[in-house]
Ligand binder design. Sequence first.
Ligand code: ATP
Ligand code: MG
Length: 252
Amino acid sequence: MSNVVLSTNKLCKTFSSGGMQQHVLKNLDIEIYEGDFTVIMGSSGAGKSTLLYALSGMDKPTLGSILFFGNEITKLSNDKLAVFRRLNCGFVFQQMFLLDNMSILDNILINGLLINSDRKAITAKAKELLTQVGLTETIWNKFPTQLSGGEAQRAAIVRALINNPKVVFADEPTGSLNSAAGKAALDVLTEVNNKGQSVIMVTHDLNSARRGNRILFIRDGVIHGTCELGNYVSGDRKRHEKLQAFLDDMGW
Ligand SMILES: Nc1ncnc2c1ncn2[C@@H]1O[C@H](COP(=O)(O)OP(=O)(O)OP(=O)(O)O)[C@@H](O)[C@H]1O
Ligand SMILES: [Mg+2]
């Protein structure tokens, strides 16, 4: 059995607004294993993004604990958590948060230079990753507002990967991509996963989900089902059928 990267104990997240309480995550006990490509699925509003924010330390849970590489991250100060995340995590979120006053290349470099001062190496890696996701030289010096949604999304993926994070968190990373661009983005995530980096990805999309080796399905604030798929092999029909049958079972 692989090492556990992340585990939660009775994780709860409740939102309060207008005098109403919404219990979005209810006593979740989850384990995420090292080197896994974990996929989180569930209907819109089920709490997938909320779970990803909590697991990655971007948002504090209401109750419960999260052990991340042995650190109880709910107890870390904001500063310590920021350093921990910078050293270990890469993030692709539904809102992309690219800085508007900087070129795409600089958006990526600024992240890379936070932990590696070798500008030449970081620049070469950035350009290689950009090319891999299908972003050619013509867009490297453009500003985020000059990019299509899909281009910006791919740039955000490169930014998340520039520091070789041990864990990549991705929330609908192919949400605004057509099938060719989506495939390029998924290929890059699969490649980093094959090199041993753990990936935790939220998706609605079956084609994206099949990249995972373990699928968690969230419903009514709990993990309603888990499916072990084994490693992704392109065109593996049995695996695809297993995923389809699991999702049918989940009522997806
Ligand atoms: N900051 C917030 N304040 C109040 N309610 C929130 C907040 N963030 C999320 N919620 C609520 O929590 C529920 C789960 O939201 P979440 O964004 O996790 O869903 P999701 O599964 O990611 O959905 P989608 O597939 O549409 O992205 C939703 O009903 C949402 O309205
Ligand atoms: Mg979401």
